[in-house]
Write a new protein. Structure first.
Lengths: 410, 543
């Protein structure tokens, strides 16, 4: 009999795990197939922003009687889970996301178009552009994010006028590595893009429907000039760029005062302020006379193509979440620049937000077209090679031909 | 202590009751409890009660979501479990059931599902059903008529049919229409500038609109008799917009026609509407594609160049990892097994530590320590040297092997320790008496006896390392990149990480191809393991 109890317990454990597993599979499905579905919206939200949205969701429920159920999801899984679950009918009605998912979501047929109507004029132009894919709007923009230069105002009191000026000012303050930016062994083209645009080399040309995947501008004369310049700032030059510096190392250098300038996004401002640094936000110092335009990332909400509550979902997003008051509330809860113009202006009373907004005015939306996937694949590694001393022009030309071949292969 | 009839108690009877050790007392308590019929029955009842309660809960949840097949499965399995454990016989089944359930859920199902996916085109652009693809294409083909205004609308109803009460924002006139009837002017009540009610029509409140979401979403009221003028739709029940569609779906013929260019896209059996020139409208839908994925997996020209060295490195990585972890583990096990060693227990705990830390974390920590300019190893241990641990193609391989050795030796240490202790001392003493030297005793007696029990674990370890995705992905992500290769493969990529990069490049997720690859890799590993197991059988004859 002795063994019996053991095996019984084991059996119990197994059955519990199994039933929980099966129940769990079914349990996390949305409300879309409930009979009471008409009055419940399931919204997937980045887990870190649930609190920021909760108040707005509750207020909407009170106003209209539509229950809004916020489900916190890990930011890293949200997109793939959404793509996999929408076709099964178990996805949410609405998901929070970023505009550069658009190409993938649209190709998979999991998003429904959104009509912003007259309210389109109330948003920052970059936000509306970013929400549009092949001429159709799919996303309600709610926040705009872009990188800018964080300056330690105690070390360097004045903003730099150019890239060289920045390095000079930092060296005058007695720093050996005055400027840091996140790179890594495979490079980080997102953070280098402002310098690339300063040389007049966007990734793709644009037409009236947005970025044109057939018009690869990466390899124009400006691109080669950028590559040459990048080579002079790498290992064999000033050392301003270093592929050994990753996000954590850059952060540490800035927080400990070893670097006075840090090219990064609003997500790191909190850490710098908490670290007791007197932070000022500057535009990206240009290595040429032309403005250095970073990519803008626009956060927003998508409506599922399989949602059974499209009317409520549209009403919630377009008429409620897009409004100036709600966007301002979200800003206060989440501290990122609202996509609504009026709310953005109101938010800009904060000098840090104002600093990012000023850079954001020059920013360009990050391309969401699927062809961009081919670019990301080769872009960083080529830049990392140039930083580490490879022949700039030859490496850049190989990058362009690799990207073109990958795009053509599709 | 009661007399009982279990075998365990028989062996214990030679110990006098008053001089039991602590462990013996614990054991006897368990034995007593186990032999007491009532207690067992109670535990059994509570255990099964919990299981059944959870099963009933699961069934309710499943029914609420119309998941009928899982409901039936859960009910059947629960009934079976109850029957088995309440039965007085069925002893073998009581042992086997838990294992079988685990096997089915975590192995058989996963394998079958992977196998099934390998024969489909599931991936980016082929994500759902054909109906979903059609409705998604139709929805995104709607284009708002340029410079058309926003029309204030109300959703109205007449004899069960929904219509839209539309106000022209320029003239201020009210119109009403349905899916079949184009807009026609009506007399209406106004609230401000917008018409809110019309004679003969009931205006729906917001809650009513929500309750009939599907009908409202499908509502497209033709603007005029001419279909080219487009139709008014309302996404939110209060604002209407004038749209024209630039795609037409012919259900009978199964074709999509682009109304601007006149291109006809037909369902050619590729899981997407395809034009004559091969251009496809995406999203498409999921279909079974037979052996296509396998054919693509082995004929992909992009793989031709890197495949050879990736395969060689995969074998080298797996073999060297197994050998290095085994010999280090064995060496340490022999050292700590020596009675002359002091503080063996403390050392043993230290040895197990790497095993206790999650390998994800360890790999990331190692990646940080091996950073060329800022890493702990270069900065502190080597006094500011600049050794490219992870960025030089050859050194990166060495680094991976070192980290994997660190991650893997505690397991081998544990295994070897157990196996060594089970080798009878008298054999060694006999060898000593016969005049054998320590090295000879190890090589000719200990090692072969050890291998009898450890060889199957070495084969398992080989199979594990052959697919050791975590270490590679976390430490180098396959890097440094081979910039000559047409795919983003690197010098430390093993087959499974290369497959990951091929199937999931950029924004493309090709689950079908990935499944086909994993089946191919599974076959390779299975064949090697079978051959190896056959060979180790000869070892067993030693006993």
């Amino acid at each position: 009999m002795r063994v019996n109890r053991k095996s019984l317990l084991a059996a119990g454990a197994v059955a519990v795990v199994t039933t929980l597993g099966l129940a769990g599979c079914a349990g996390d499905s949305g409300s879309t197939d409930d009979s009471s579905a008409a009055s419940t919206l399931t919204v997937w939200v980045d887990a870190e922003r649930v609190d920021a949205l909760q108040a707005a969701a509750d207020a909407y429920s009170e106003e209209t009687g539509v229950e809004v159920k916020l489900v916190g999801k890990d930011n890293a899984d949200i997109k793939d889970d959404y793509i996999q679950q929408v076709p099964t009918g178990k996805g949410p009605d609405i998901t929070m996301g970023a505009h550069d998912w658009l190409g993938e979501l649209s190709t998979n047929g999991v998003v429904a178009p959104i009509e912003l109507g007259d309210s389109a004029a109330d948003y920052l132009p970059v936000a509306v552009d970013a929400s549009t894919y092949e001429g159709t709007t799919y996303m309600l923009p709610y926040a705009v994010e872009n990188i800018a230069v964080l300056r330690n105002a105690d070390l360097v009191p004045e903003a730099a006028t150019s890239f060289d000026d920045m390095l000079a000012k930092g060296q005058a303050a007695g720093l050996t590595q005055p400027f840091v930016v996140e790179q890594g062994a495979e490079g980080n083209p997102y953070h280098l893009y402002p310098f690339q645009t300063a040389f007049g080399a966007p990734v793709f040309g644009s037409n009236d429907e947005g970025y044109d995947p057939t018009d690869l501008q990466l390899g124009n004369a400006g691109g080669e000039a950028f590559a040459t310049w990048l080579g002079t700032q790498g290992k064999n030059g000033t050392g301003a760029f270093n592929t050994d510096i990753d996000g954590d190392i850059a952060k540490d250098a800035f927080l400990t005062g070893k670097a006075a300038f840090w090219l990064t996004g609003p997500w790191n401002v909190g850490a710098a302020v908490d670290g007791g640094i007197n932070v000022a936000i500057d535009t990206v110092p240009s290595p040429t006379g032309d403005p250095a335009q970073p990519f803008a990332g626009v956060k927003g909400f998508f409506i599922s193509s399989e949602s059974k509550n499209k009317v409520a979902a549209n009403d919630f997003l377009v008429n409620y979440l897009g409004s100036e008051e709600t966007q301002l509330e979200l800003f206060e809860a989440g501290n990122i620049l609202p996509a609504n113009t009026a709310a953005a202006e109101a938010a800009s009373s904060d000098p840090i937000i104002e600093g990012f907004a000023a850079v954001g005015a020059e920013a360009v939306p990050m391309p969401a077209i699927p062809a961009m996937g081919a670019v990301w694949q080769y872009w960083g590694i080529a830049e990392a090679e140039i930083i580490n001393g490879a022949d700039p022009v030859a490496t850049w030309q190989k990058l362009v031909s690799d990207v073109q071949a990958a795009i053509d292969a599709r | 202590m009661q007399m009982s009839t279990t075998i365990g108690d028989d062996t214990r009877q030679d110990a006098p009751p008053e001089r039991q050790t602590k462990r013996q007392r614990q054991a006897s308590v368990i034995a007593d409890a186990a032999s007491g019929g009532m207690k067992v029955f109670l535990v059994k009842l509570v255990g099964l009660g919990i299981v059944d309660a959870l099963a009933v809960y699961a069934i309710f949840v499943l029914i609420a979501h119309d998941q009928w097949i899982p409901t039936v499965i859960v009910a059947a399995v629960t009934a079976l479990v109850n029957w088995i454990y309440f039965s007085r016989r069925k002893l073998p089944a009581k042992y086997l059931t838990p294992g079988v359930i685990f096997l089915v859920v975590f192995q058989v199902f996963v394998l079958l599902y992977t196998g099934y996916i390998a024969f489909t085109n599931y991936g980016t652009g082929h994500n759902g059903t054909k109906e979903q693809a059609v409705s998604s294409l139709m929805a995104s083909s709607l284009e708002r008529v340029e410079d058309s205004p926003t029309f204030p609308v109300s959703v109205v109803e007449q004899a069960g049919q929904l219509g839209l009460l539309v106000t022209d924002p320029e003239s201020g006139d009210a119109f009403v229409g349905t899916n079949d009837q184009p807009l026609a002017e009506v007399d209406a009540e106004f609230d401000g500038d917008a018409a809110v009610a019309a004679d003969g029509w009931t205006t729906l409140q917001f809650a009513d609109v929500l309750a009939r979401t599907d009908d409202v979403t499908a509502l497209a009221v033709p603007y005029s008799d001419d279909p080219n003028d487009g139709a008014i739709r309302t996404p939110d029940g209060t604002s209407g917009y004038l749209y024209v569609s630039n795609l037409e779906y012919d259900e009978a013929a199964g074709t999509m026609t682009d109304l601007e260019t006149g291109t006809v896209y037909a369902d050619t059996g590729e899981g997407a509407f395809t034009a004559e020139n091969g251009e496809q409208l995406l999203p498409g839908w999921q279909i079974t594609v037979g052996f296509d994925n396998f054919v693509r997996a082995v004929t992909d020209p992009r793989l031709a160049q890197p495949l050879l060295y990736v395969t060689l490195w995969t074998f080298a990585f797996a073999l060297i990892s197994v050998a290095s972890t085994f010999f280090l583990g064995l060496f340490l096990a022999i050292v700590f097994n020596d009675m002359r060693m002091r503080g063996r227990k403390a050392y043993r705990v230290l040895m197990i530590l790497p095993y206790a830390i999650p390998s994800f974390l360890s790999a990331l920590v190692w990646a940080g320590m091996m950073n060329q300019s800022f890493g702990f190893i270069n900065q502190v241990l080597l006094g500011g040297a600049s050794v490219p641990w992870l960025t030089d193609p050859f050194l990166a391989k060495i680094s991976i092997l070192i980290v994997n050795l660190w991650l893997g030796f505690p397991y081998m240490f544990l295994v070897c320790m157990g196996a060594l202790q089970s080798i009878p001392d008298d054999i060694q003493e006999a060898a000593k008496v016969d005049g054998a030297k320590p090295w000879a005793i190890f090589r000719l007696i200990k090692l072969p006896l050890l291998l009898v029990s450890v060889a199957p674990l070495l084969i398992a370890s080989f199979a594990f390392n052959f697919n050791n995705f975590n270490t590679i992905y976390m430490l180098t992500d396959g890097g440094p990149r081979d910039s000559n290769a047409p795919i983003p493969v690197g010098f430390t990529d093993i087959l499974i990480t290369m497959v990951y990069k091929v199937a999931f490049t950029g924004q493309t997720r090709d689950y079908g191809l990935a499944s086909a690859y994993s089946i191919i890799i599974f076959i390779v590993v299975a064949v090697i393991s079978i051959i190896a197991f056959r060979r180790t059988k000869s070892l067993e004859e030693l006993n």
